[in-house]
Design a protein around this ligand. Sequence first.
Ligand SMILES: Cc1cc2nc3c(=O)[nH]c(=O)nc-3n(C[C@H](O)[C@H](O)[C@H](O)COP(=O)(O)OP(=O)(O)OC[C@H]3O[C@@H](n4cnc5c(N)ncnc54)[C@H](O)[C@@H]3O)c2cc1C
Length: 385
Amino acid sequence: MSQTKIGSGATITETTPLDAREQSFLEGVQQFVAEEVLPNTRKWEEAKAFPDDIWPKLAKCELLSMTLPRDLGGSGLSCRAYVEACRELAKGDPALSMNIAAINALCVAHFVKFANDDQRKKYLPGIVKGDIRLAWGLTEPDAGSDARRVKSFAKPIEDRPGYHHINGEKMFITNGGKAELIILIARTSETELSAFFMETDQPGFKLTDRIHTVGVCASNTVRFTMTDAVGWHTPCTFNDAISLLYRGRLGIAGMALGIAEKAFELCVDYSKQREQFNRRLADMQSVQNMIADSAMEIEAARGLLHRGASMYDRGEDVVAISSMAKLFASETANHATNRAIQIHGGRGMTFDYLVEKLWRDAKLTEIGEGCSEIQRLVISKQVLR
Ligand SMILES: Cc1cc2nc3c(=O)[nH]c(=O)nc-3n(C[C@H](O)[C@H](O)[C@H](O)COP(=O)(O)OP(=O)(O)OC[C@H]3O[C@@H](n4cnc5c(N)ncnc54)[C@H](O)[C@@H]3O)c2cc1C
């Protein structure tokens, strides 16, 4: 991997272009968002669930396997295409974007990097079709930002090589209530952690809570316990497993950018329609300032995101850039949605306008896959090393 000098300004790199296949994939995603996602986003939020038939539709759009290499049955698309897909999906439904971001960058990527052939053979065909739904389980009640505090413990089963009994509890797991298979991190000794495949249809696995959140409400966020639950080991170190978060953070940055762009479009349109004091809101300088600030931040977030994804595709070190992209894009999403509500005035606070939902959904991007404070730690550590 090449070393990027962080913050020097001397390493500005080109954005890699999307090829024709990726462009046509993204056109398909845009059409899916326009026809199937945006019209239903409120309904899904109210139901606090995506419909079950969303999974084959996601599979048809290649959204469940876009990052899986072709020789493993996937589409083999670039990170640039992946982050664009997350961005497009977030413009229709941020919760769906979050699920797709995690499924690809954390779960599917785990198969690519750490699974053996038997594990791939057993699960990948069902995953690509949407029959086997996935979740990724790191967080626990006592292990959030400090992920090394995971207490779930995996003990080898004597007469079943490769299999462990796992005891413990996981919390805040996206899609955990729907998933047939969870990839989870557990402790294998006092000092070491590793990853396991856990089928949820077994007596040792018990969903204990559906966790309701103020944003991304349709996403099935859960808490579960494991009591001598059987996990299939996918040998990797804690650092290996956690390194998947670098591309994951670019996906969340894509999600955040999509939220910001959607809120921006909505408030620009609204500012041209609404009149007070015999002029449009768009003609008032304070409103123009808000629009200018959002436009600038969105442009800068897009630049960081494209740069990070292109660096990933070239095999460069993305530790710092992925944190920068996520941090900046998530703060942009929060600023832009807040301004969008301000521009909508009282209407912005009603459930009749989408901006309030985008504002609530945006908050997740400052917390999931590492809160903003952790992103700042990662960046400063890279700069100061
Ligand atoms: C909707 C949703 C979906 C999620 N999905 C998943 C999932 O699929 N899989 C999964 O494993 N996890 C998931 N998470 C968990 C998420 O990754 C954690 O919430 C996040 O990492 C923060 O951990 P925590 O909530 O325990 O907060 P804590 O670690 O308790 O931190 C609380 C706050 O303390 C501050 N803080 C913490 N550490 C530091 C520090 N070192 N320096 C400065 N300030 C600090 C920050 O302000 C932080 O926000 C999800 C969370 C949510 C809300």
